[in-house]
Every structure is written in C-alpha cells, then in structure tokens.
Ligand binder design. Structure first.
Ligand code: HEC
Ligand code: HEC
Ligand code: HEC
Ligand code: HEC
Length: 132
C-alpha cells in the first residue's frame, strides 16, 4: 500500500472512531429537577431516537396519557404536560402513582415485557464519567 493510501485510511478510521464517541456523548438525559433531593444520576433517555427504535412514534399517548378521574381517556395525548403535573412526589388519593413509580412503571415494565432495553438501576442512572 502506498503511504498516501495508508494516511487516507488512517484518517477514515480516526473519523469513524471519533463519530462513535461523539454520538455516545449525545445520549440525552432526563431531568431530575422535579425531585426534591435526587439521589441518582439523571436517567439516560434520547426521546426521539428511543421512540423510533422502539417503534413508538405513533403512540405518544402510551407515555403521555390523559385521565379523567381514574379513567384513562383513549387516544388522547398530554405531551404538553410534564408527568409531574399529575404525579406528585408522594401518592395522593386522586393519583396513587408517585412520580418515581410513574417513571419506573412505564419505563422498566416495557423493557421487561419486550426483553429489550435496560432494567438495572445503573443501566439507566449512568454516572456521567461512564459515558465517554
Ligand atoms: C428504564 C430506566 C430506569 C431504570 C432501570 C431505573 N430507573 Fe430510576 N428513574 C428512571 C427515570 C426516567 C426517572 C425520572 C428521571 C430521573 O430522575 O432521572 C427515575 C427516577 C429515580 C429516582 C428519583 C430521583 C432521584 O434521583 O432520587 C430514584 C431514587 C431512582 N430512580 C432509583 C432507581 C433504582 C434504585 C433503580 C433500580 C432498582 C432504578 N431507579 C432503575 C429510570 C430508570
Ligand atoms: C416511551 C415514552 C414516551 C413516548 C412514546 C413519547 N414520549 Fe414524549 N416524553 C417522554 C418523557 C418521559 C418526557 C419527559 C417528561 C417529563 O419530564 O415530565 C417526554 C417529553 C416530551 C415533550 C416535552 C419536551 C420538553 O422539552 O419538555 C414533548 C413535546 C413530547 N415528549 C412529545 C412527544 C410526542 C409528540 C410523542 C409521540 C410522537 C412522544 N412524546 C412520545 C416519554 C415519551
Ligand atoms: C393529565 C394528568 C397525567 C399526566 C400528564 C400523566 N399522568 Fe400518569 N396517570 C394519571 C392518573 C390520574 C393515573 C391513575 C392514578 C391512580 O389510579 O391513582 C395515572 C397512572 C399512571 C401509571 C399507572 C397506570 C399505567 O398506565 O401503568 C403510570 C405508569 C403513569 N401514570 C406514568 C406516567 C408518565 C411516565 C407520565 C409522563 C410521561 C404520566 N404518567 C403523565 C395522570 C397523568
Ligand atoms: C413500550 C415500550 C417501551 C417503553 C414504554 C420504554 N422503552 Fe426504553 N426501550 C424499548 C425498546 C424496545 C428498547 C430497545 C431499542 C433497540 O435498541 O432496539 C429500549 C431501549 C432503551 C434504552 C437503551 C438506549 C436506546 O435508546 O436504545 C434506554 C436508555 C431506554 N430504553 C430508556 C427508557 C426510559 C427512560 C423510558 C421511560 C421514559 C423507556 N425507555 C420507556 C422500549 C420501551
């Protein structure tokens, strides 16, 4: 191989490696702002990428649901509301699902059902230094 070809190849490999680590760093995180004194690193969740990989783009209401009292309103979506607008830190009579339970129940249960996606604490609550 001519030295020039090797250099071109090297640049190509380095660019590919660089791009991979860049996209890892792009993994978005949730916010812990709604919790009074968060104890875990914010969970990783790249909203749009996640939902297209899991084929949920047409099912916003699966996560952003609407309730009337205790009745789920089918096919209506609440994507303009934060989960914390209805789920408080401690359960209430109107809403017995605390905010933390709301997230865990929604996120973890589907990963278990489909046997895909993270189910262990440290797989979602990843410490910053572990994402390169
Ligand atoms: C499928 C992903 C996922 C898994 C697995 C998961 N969590 Fe969470 N957890 C979340 C999300 C999303 C939130 C809400 C946003 C945030 O705080 O990061 C949350 C919030 C929390 C909170 C409240 C906020 C805080 O930091 O105090 C605690 C505590 C917590 N999780 C602990 C755990 C523990 C302990 C486990 C394992 C038994 C676990 N989580 C597993 C996604 C996950
Ligand atoms: C797998 C669950 C899930 C699905 C499916 C989903 N979302 Fe979300 N979305 C979330 C979570 C979790 C948040 C953060 C909510 C919070 O922090 O209270 C969010 C936040 C949002 C926000 C607010 C963003 C911001 O900057 O605050 C919008 C807008 C949104 N989603 C739109 C949509 C639309 C439109 C769809 C369907 C095409 C959709 N979502 C499908 C889980 C989901
Ligand atoms: C418009 C208000 C509202 C919003 C916004 C909302 N919820 Fe709920 N959610 C409710 C009510 C009401 C219940 C039923 C509570 C009860 O039975 O005590 C519920 C129940 C749940 C349940 C248990 C039933 C089930 O479907 O498994 C989960 C999990 C849940 N919510 C997760 C979420 C998540 C995650 C978000 C944000 C992406 C969210 N909710 C946004 C009102 C809301
Ligand atoms: C209805 C099913 C479903 C729900 C609800 C769901 N997930 Fe997932 N999740 C998946 C599937 C399927 C995968 C694997 C996607 C793949 O790579 O094929 C996945 C993968 C992931 C991954 C690995 C990285 C990625 O994006 O592929 C993370 C992190 C994750 N989910 C976090 C969450 C969090 C946080 C929530 C709640 C806000 C959530 N998921 C709700 C189905 C779901």
């Amino acid at each position: 191989m001519a030295p020039k070809t090797i250099i071109v190849l090297l640049i190509a490999i380095l660019t590919a490696v660089g791009l991979t680590s860049f996209s890892m760093a792009e993994m978005e995180r949730m916010s812990t702002d709604d919790f009074q004194s968060p104890t875990r690193p914010a969970a990783v969740f790249s909203h749009d990428d996640h939902n297209s990989e899991a084929e949920l783009e047409d099912d916003c209401a699966l996560c952003h649901h609407v309730y009337e009292g205790k009745e789920l309103v089918k096919d209506e979506s609440s994507e303009d509301s934060a989960c914390s607008e209805c789920h408080s830190l401690t359960p209430t009579e109107e809403n017995t699902i605390s905010l933390r339970t709301a997230f865990h129940k929604r996120c973890q249960s589907c990963h278990f059902e489909r046997a895909k996606g993270p189910v262990l604490c440290g797989e979602c609550h990843i410490r910053k230094e572990r994402i390169k």
